[in-house]
Every structure is written in C-alpha cells, then in structure tokens.
Design a protein around this ligand. Structure first.
Ligand code: 5AD
Length: 437
C-alpha cells in the first residue's frame, strides 16, 4: 500500500522553520518541498508529513500555538492517455510498463530512468518528450519565469577542471563589481519588472559574509526582490546569516553524483561536504538549487540516472541541466562538448521524475544552439535566466567558451517560439522596447 502524505503550508518562512523544528524534535519525519500551486503561495516551501503522523503533528502545532496557512494532501499526479493502442504496438514491453508507472504517478526506479535516457526508438523518444511537456504544463503551467543574473565577481579560489574561471587559469581578466555597480543593475531589473535576481560569483574571499549581507540588505531594502545566491560552498553559520539577511534561494550544483567523477572534476572539493552544504541550505529553508553537467569526461547514462534520483530524493527545487562546453585554459579544453539531445532528454526525464521543480532552459544550451533553449522549454523546462552583467565585465565571466548572452530578446524569442507565456510581472514597456529594437 502506498503511504499518503500531507503538506503543511506555513504563512512565512519563519513559521515554516518553526513547524519543521517542532515536528522534528518530536520525532516526526518531515521533508521540505515546494508548496503546491493550489496553496496560493508562489515559490514557498511546505512541510511534508505522512498520514500516520498528521494527527499528532496537528496536536503538537496547536499546543505550540502555531496555526499553519493550510494543509493539503500531497496528491500524485495521474496522467491519462500517455499510452494508446497505436503506441503500444510500436514500443517495447519495458517502455509500456514505465509509461504506465508515469500515468499512475508511481515512482520510477534507476533502471527505468536509464531506459528513458538511452532508448533510441523514435516513438519512445517522442512519447518521453510528450509526457515531460504534459507534466510541466499540469504542474507548473505555461508561464516561463524570467530571472536576471548578475555575475558580480569572477575571482575564484577553486580549481574545478571544467570551469574557465578556475583559479589557475591565468588567461582570465579578473574583475569585481562594486556594490554600487550591482545595485545599478538591480534597479534596471526592477524597471523591467523582474522579481528575482541571481547574484553569482566565483568563490571569492574578498566577498566576505559581511559584504554579502550588506549587499543582500541593500537589494532587499531598495527593491524587495527575491534573491538567489550562487556563491559556492560556505559554512552553515554563513548560509544562515545570508538567509537571515534576506536571501531566498541558493544555487549550488552537484555537477555529478558519481563520487569518482565529482572528485576528478573538483580537485579542491569533497563530495560529502558538497552534500552537507546542500542539506544545510535545505534545512535553512532556502529554495534549493542543484543540477548537473552532461558530457563530462567518462560520465555514463547510469551516472545521469543517479543524478536525477538524487535531485528527487534530496527534494531539490531548482535543477540546472546544461551540456559540458570546453573552456580554454582548463584541463578539458579539448574535450568535446556535451550532446544537446542527451541534455534535452535529461531535462525531460528530470521533469517526469521530479515533477514540481523549476528547471531552467540553460545558457549552456543556448550557447551551443540558438534553438536549443526553445527545445528545452518544450522538454520540461520552465524558467530562463537573463545575463545582466554589465557589458564591460560579462565577456570575462567565461565559465566556458562562446557563452551566449541570453538577454530579454533571446528570452522572448524562446518563449514565443515555444508557444509559451510571459509572466505578467514583466513591465509591458520593457518587453515592447526590446521587441522594437
Ligand atoms: N561547461 C558547462 N557548464 C559549466 N559550468 C561551469 N563550467 C562549465 C562548462 N565548462 C556550469 C556549472 C556551474 C554553472 C554556473 O556553470 O554547472 O554550476
């Protein structure tokens, strides 16, 4: 028998953390997951408990005087009609059984995921992309969320072998934006109506916690925008301080869950520690971002299947999936770029497996093919990140070669061509003026 789960929706983050803590210290197993759309809150986190624990959880919360914003059953998504008699005749038994699981909202196991990632039968591939697109439509809708990214420093102390701005790459012109420069870009994003700013940098010790806190506060005070940080590994205390200062989301990709491969590509990092960081971020109530790179040296389909299971089991909320692209001056500068089709397939299977998550149509895909961003939107992706780093710096944020500068025009092109909707929060003026150009 399947266990039923319920989602306790908190009124704000402080309450969510309190609910989670109260239940945990009373030995109730909880999980933090994105709140369902019917709860009315966008981008909020809900506390998931099993049906068996729900009664006791309610009692405990009421004893503590905590009144949650609502409690919803965590329903399985059931899909009708993925499999019709015509399709049945053209696909394998194994594929039929996997598609039935998807229709019934059942969990896929690793061999199912590997099958979906590797089948070469046209009809099966078509059905996988259709399923992903339907799940995307039913779970997160047709709007493509647009975020603005500011790559505010390309200094980095790490030596990740794939990354063009790694510490030992002497061919890179290093820059740091000042807080004032960052704020100017944030203001311009607000004028466009954008609601989330991504602040990304290399692991740059110059940007101490105190400086980051001051920046977060300045952005919040001025604009009230949601803030996504992508500044690498820090201690739990530091993540907590950044969260308390107003950061909402955090991107810290695992890149690969194959330990050997992780160690090979990250000579300064420890796999367990990366997991630990991701767990801390989740515990602290961040909307938690991860993701992988497709086409790393030696990476197998099994590795990618494990990555997808990891995203699901860790309750990751945002999953960035991009092809590997060689970067000059790095160990892998002559390694071929990742396969676009396999990257798109990974996006589709991730949507099928992880369901209620944000999946960007990544800059790395756009860098290999202008239309790959359109295709990703049609394969399960639902967000686009604009690059808003000022022109004089952006070419130096060369994490890989020939990086495409996704701007509002490129985003509009992809959204229109994929026949999707723009968010209503974008200012009409911003959209029109870009179109007029
Ligand atoms: N190819 C593809 N993606 C890369 N990234 C960094 N270097 C490369 C590369 N050479 C990605 C990583 C990182 C994100 C900011 O960019 O996944 O998390």
């Amino acid at each position: 028998m399947d266990i039923k789960y319920f989602l306790i929706i908190a009124k704000n983050t402080a309450q969510m953390l309190l609910v989670d803590k109260t239940l945990k210290i009373n030995n109730i197993k909880t999980d933090l997951v994105p709140a369902p759309p019917e709860s009315g809150t966008v981008c909020a986190i809900a506390v998931k408990v099993s049906e068996a624990d729900l009664g006791r959880a309610k009692q405990l919360l009421s004893k503590e005087g905590i009144e949650p914003g609502g409690i919803f059953e965590d329903r399985k998504l059931k899909l009708q009609g993925l499999l019709d008699s015509k399709l049945q005749k053209t696909v394998t038994e194994e594929f039929i059984s996997i598609l039935k699981k998807i229709e019934d909202g059942e969990d896929l196991i690793k061999s199912d995921i590997a099958y979906l990632l590797s089948t070469e039968k046209d009809k099966e591939i078509e059905a996988i992309f259709l399923a992903a697109d339907r799940i995307r439509h039913e779970i997160v809708g047709d709007v493509v969320e647009i975020r603005g990214a500011i790559e505010f420093s390309n200094y980095c102390i790490k030596n990740c072998n794939y990354c063009g701005i790694n510490a030992s790459n002497l061919g890179v012109h290093r820059y740091r934006m000042s807080e004032q420069e960052i704020i100017e870009v944030v203001d311009s994003l607000q004028i466009m109506g954008i609601k989330t700013v991504i602040l990304q940098s290399g692991e740059d010790p110059f940007w101490t916690i105190e400086k980051l806190i001051a920046l977060i506060k300045a952005v919040k005070d001025r604009t009230g925008m949601r803030i996504t940080l992508s500044v690498g590994e820090r201690s739990k205390e530091e993540y907590e301080k950044l969260r308390n200062a107003g950061a909402n989301n955090f991107l810290l990709k695992i890149e690969s869950t194959n330990r050997e491969l992780f160690n090979e590509i990250h000579p300064d990092d420890d796999y367990e520690h990366r997991l630990q960081c991701s767990n801390w971020l989740k515990e602290l109530g961040y909307i938690n971002g991860s993701g992988n790179i497709i086409g790393l040296p030696g990476q197998t389909i099994e590795d990618i299947a494990e990555d997808i299971l990891y995203f699901k089991n860790m309750g990751i909320n945002m999953i960035g999936i991009g092809p590997f692209i060689p970067a000059k001056g790095t160990k892998y500068e002559n390694h071929p770029h990742g396969d676009i089709k396999l990257t798109l397939r990974t996006v589709a299977v991730t949507r099928i497996v992880c369901k209620k998550v944000y999946i960007p149509s990544t800059t790395a895909l756009a860098s290999l093919d202008k239309d790959a961003q359109v295709m990703a939107l049609q394969s399960g992706a639902n967000t686009i990140m604009l690059i808003n780093t000022p022109e004089k710096y952006r070419t130096s944020y060369k994490i890989y070669d020939n990086k495409f500068m996704v701007d509002m025009d490129a985003a509009l092109y992809a959204v229109e061509k994929a026949d999707r909707k723009l968010p209503t929060y974008l200012r009409q003026g911003a959209v029109d003026s870009t179109l007029d150009k």
